[in-house]
Design a protein around this ligand. Structure first.
Ligand code: GLN
Length: 248
């Protein structure tokens, strides 16, 4: 069921987030520790987005397993950033296998990832998708549940909603339209992160002036804190706010 992470803080190499930790995203692509019954491995693509020198985000995505990419280790060793969002994908049955289906999705400053599944796809999402501008639907990057979730979140952001509200509203509406869905969303602009915990795990580790949110802890550091289900996490490098998802 995909695994994702977001980091904010002093610049770090991509390698220190993806490859170096004993249970980092690379390891999670073939041996995740907590999939909660939603698949076995995360071999259907991966993506990394980062903010070079405070600029707009850059992405590197592929449709292959992270472990089989020979370019990523070199790139990750020499690329540092103060904000990173990365994911490894386990495609939901029936959804396309293409790099455009791998998170992060992007627009302007925003990077987005979804860990989970929308039940009853695609019919359950038809009423919500009908509220999107036709142009957004015609230019959808790929026909997956995650891409539609991103279109819904992005629509709220474009209308001026703060990130936490855009995430919480979208989770609430999709959960009502498609009960039983798993809707762990991750959204960042490089300064703040909004994350929902709705059906899958999420853990947080705070450091001096940094925060790392991840589907599962990347090492055995006791500083990792699991976030209970049904929460919205709002994080900056300086602090963390965890609230009820439904009341956000
Ligand atoms: N349903 C999404 C996809 O197929 C996300 C999959 C996941 O979280 N495993 O891309």
């Amino acid at each position: 069921m995909c695994r994702h992470l977001a980091y904010l803080g002093p610049p770090v190499t991509l390698r220190s987030l993806l490859h170096d930790p004993p249970y980092g995203l690379l390891r999670q692509s073939w041996a995740p520790r907590d999939m909660r019954g939603g698949g076995t491995i995360n071999a259907d693509g991966f993506g990394v987005g980062w903010y070079p020198d405070g600029g707009d985000p850059v992405r590197y995505r592929r449709a292959q397993p992270m472990w089989s990419d020979t370019t990523l280790p070199e790139l990750a060793a020499v690329t540092s950033a103060p904000a990173v969002l990365a994911a490894v994908r386990s495609a939901t049955v029936g959804m396309p296998l293409h790099e455009t289906a791998a998170a992060p999705f992007v627009e302007g400053r925003w990077l987005f990832s979804h860990n989970g599944v929308v039940r009853g796809w695609p019919d359950s999402l038809v009423p919500l998708a009908a509220g999107l501008p036709v142009r957004d639907l015609l230019t959808l990057e790929v026909p997956t549940d995650s891409a539609v979730l991103w279109a819904l979140v992005r629509h709220r952001l474009r209308a001026g909603a703060p990130p936490g509200e855009a995430v919480a509203d979208t989770v609430a509406r999709v959960a009502a339209a498609a009960p039983g869905s798993r809707l762990n969303l991750l959204l960042t602009d490089g300064t703040t992160v909004a994350a929902s915990v709705a059906g899958h795990a999420l853990s947080v580790r705070r450091g001096p002036g940094s925060v790392l949110l991840a589907s599962e802890p990347s090492d055995d550091d006791p500083a990792w804190q699991p976030v209970p289900d049904g929460r919205l996490v709002l994080a900056t490098a300086a602090g963390l706010d965890v609230r009820e998802l439904t009341t956000a």
